[in-house]
Each structure stands twice: as structure tokens, then as C-alpha cells.
Design a protein around this ligand. Structure first.
Ligand code: HPA
Ligand code: ZN
Length: 325
């Protein structure tokens, strides 16, 4: 069966990665020191011990407060650079990275500092062998008005942003709440994706909405589309990527969803494997491939298909990608 070395040696794209979810304990402590922020923890072990959760809601309750240490443009640069370096070590040559501007602008951090810091790191990724891009995510538990304001704030930076996504707490925040915002985002030339998480009540209805009402270019997670064979056929036939995150699944539910992911892969759906929030879930992308291989018994050929899918589901042209393959 395919080894970790085999997985690492394959060029891969990562398409479901939250930059704020790459905040490792040592960097969190360093940024707190740099910015004079008092933390409840003072050692890496103590920060690690605070990263505890068993559901999406309890994860988010740890995740957002941790971001308080991100203040200056340099902080955002340092965070993204650390991730790109780590991804390169796993054989990632292309990455489309989510960021949550509202988690920072709501604390008084200027939008420009967030985007410029992250974008500078994306540009410098080329020197590390990584073609890096940004996807702006709206927080779905904030209002549609707040998302619309954030979208307009992004316009002067549109050349630094590939697309828009939707994350955070899905309960009572269905895709339809953001229909107008996403229609406007498409008009502005952005690609569209949305999280349809696996442990959320009504999630299959949300998958229906992203396919039929929003018209997304990709779905983040979306694994439980398996519940509805007709929707699986829509996803397969449109060649839409699903950005699955096995290790994350095992934290926010009690199951990696390996059976479902393998079933979709074998049905010809453009399944991809990603790390989501690796600093919190303890596995970067190669770890996610290995975990899935072991749990679902994937062959080397299937692993190659996953890596190939990751490029096919990405949003950058073949010409751009060719420079990194
Ligand atoms: N789901 C919802 N919100 C998130 C996630 C996720 O997987 N990761 C970071 N914010
Ligand atoms: Zn996610």
C-alpha cells in the first residue's frame, strides 16, 4: 500500500486550508510576545492543551479567540509563510488558501493589512516552489450585510483574490442567506465555493442549495452528498471538486468519513484531500492522505487520482500550473 514517502513525493494542490487554522502554538506565543498580548498559556504544551474540542462549534470557540495575536501586516505574512514552507515539505506545489477577514476587521485590524500580509507571503511562496493564492471567506454566522460590506472592501484588492468562500457555524446559516452576496461576487469575477460541513443538521439541503441555487465552482467538505445519489450524479457530471478533510472530520465528528470519501472517489467524483486547520487537528496534507489510505485501503493508483484531482479542481490555469509541475 502507498507509503508516506510515496504521498509526499507526489506533487499536490491543497484547496481547503484556513490560514488562521495554521497558527501553531510556538508562533501564537511569539506573536503574543511581539504584540504585548497577555495569554492564559505561556508554553507550547499549555497552548496545545487548550486546543481541545469535539464538534465544529466547540472548535470555533477555541479558534476565533486564538486569532487575537494576529495584529500587524507582518503577523499575517509570518503566519502564511510558515504554512507555505510546511506545505512545500509535504509536496504541495499549488495552494488556494482561505482567510477570514471579518475575524480581524471585527477586532479593528484594517482589511488592507490582512490581505497585503497574506498576499506578500503568497508571492514569496514561488521561491519555495509553491504557487499560492487566496480565497476570501465570509463568516456565515455574521450578517449578509457584513458579508456584502466585506465583499465591497475586497474590490480594490481583487487582483490578489481568486475567489470567495463561506465558513464558520453552519447551523441556521444556510447558503441561501448569502445568495445575493455570492451573485455579486460572481459578477466581480470571483470563483465561488462554500463549506457544507458533514455534521450539520440539514446539510444535504444545503448541498442542494449550493448546487442548484448558488451555482458554486467547488464544495468544501460536502462528503455527505452520498446521502442523495441524484446529487452525487450532479456533482460528478459537473466535474465539481469536493475538498474533503479526513483528519478534520475525525475531530469535529467522531469519524474520518473514509468510507464515504472512498465511495465518492470510486464513483468518479472529483474528490480531493486537504488539511483544513492543521495546527488544530494535528495533520498537514500528507498526514491526511496517509490517514485516508490506511482507513479506506486506497491503492497507489487511487492516491495518484486524488493528487490529479487536486489540480483539476483548482482554479488556476494549466499554463500557470505548468510552472510548478
Ligand atoms: N468549517 C467551518 N468553519 C471553519 C472550518 C470548517 O471546516 N475551518 C475553519 N473554519
Ligand atoms: Zn474548512
Amino acid at each position: 500500500s502507498p507509503t508516506r514517502e510515496f504521498v509526499t513525493g507526489l506533487p499536490k494542490a491543497e484547496l481547503h486550508l484556513h490560514l488562521e487554522g495554521t497558527l501553531e502554538p510556538d508562533l501564537k506565543l511569539e506573536l503574543a510576545r511581539r504584540n504585548g498580548i497577555e495569554l492564559a498559556q505561556s508554553t507550547v504544551e499549555e497552548v496545545q492543551a487548550s486546543y481541545v474540542f469535539d464538534s465544529l462549534a466547540s472548535f470555533l470557540a477555541v479558534y476565533y479567540p486564538a486569532m487575537d495575536v494576529l495584529v500587524t501586516e507582518q503577523d499575517f505574512y509570518d503566519l502564511a509563510t510558515a504554512y507555505v514552507r510546511r506545505a512545500a515539505a509535504d509536496g504541495v506545489t499549488h495552494v488556494e488558501m482561505f482567510f477570514d477577514p471579518q475575524a480581524h476587521t471585527s477586532r479593528g485590524v484594517p482589511f488592507a493589512d490582512v490581505v497585503n500580509g497574506y498576499h506578500r507571503a503568497a508571492v514569496d511562496g514561488a521561491a519555495l516552489g509553491v504557487d499560492a493564492h487566496l480565497i476570501l471567506c465570509f463568516l456565515r454566522d455574521f450578517s449578509a450585510e457584513s458579508a456584502a460590506e466585506t465583499l465591497e472592501a475586497s474590490v480594490p484588492f481583487a487582483d490578489k483574490i481568486l475567489g470567495v468562500g463561506l465558513d464558520s457555524d453552519e447551523r441556521e446559516n444556510p447558503p441561501s442567506k448569502f445568495g445575493a452576496v455570492f451573485a455579486r461576487a460572481r459578477e466581480l469575477g470571483y470563483r465561488l465555493t462554500m463549506h457544507c460541513d458533514i455534521d450539520q443538521v440539514g446539510s444535504i439541503e444545503n448541498i442542494r442549495q449550493v448546487l442548484e441555487d448558488i451555482g458554486v465552482d467547488r464544495i468544501d467538505h460536502g462528503t455527505n452528498v452520498v446521502e442523495d445519489p441524484a446529487l452525487v450524479e450532479v456533482v460528478r457530471e459537473r466535474g465539481l471538486g469536493l475538498t474533503c478533510c479526513p483528519v478534520s472530520n475525525s475531530f469535529v465528528t467522531d469519524d474520518m468519513k473514509a468510507t464515504e470519501i472512498a465511495q465518492l472517489l470510486r464513483a468518479g467524483v472529483k474528490v480531493t484531500v486537504n488539511s483544513d486547520d492543521p495546527a488544530y487537528f494535528g495533520g498537514y496534507v500528507a498526514e491526511n492522505y496517509v490517514a485516508l489510505v490506511e482507513k479506506a485501503g486506497l491503492t497507489s493508483e487511487e492516491v495518484v487520482t486524488l493528487a490529479k484531482n487536486s489540480f483539476e479542481a483548482s482554479w488556476v490555469s494549466d499554463a500557470d500550473r505548468a510552472r510548478f509541475l
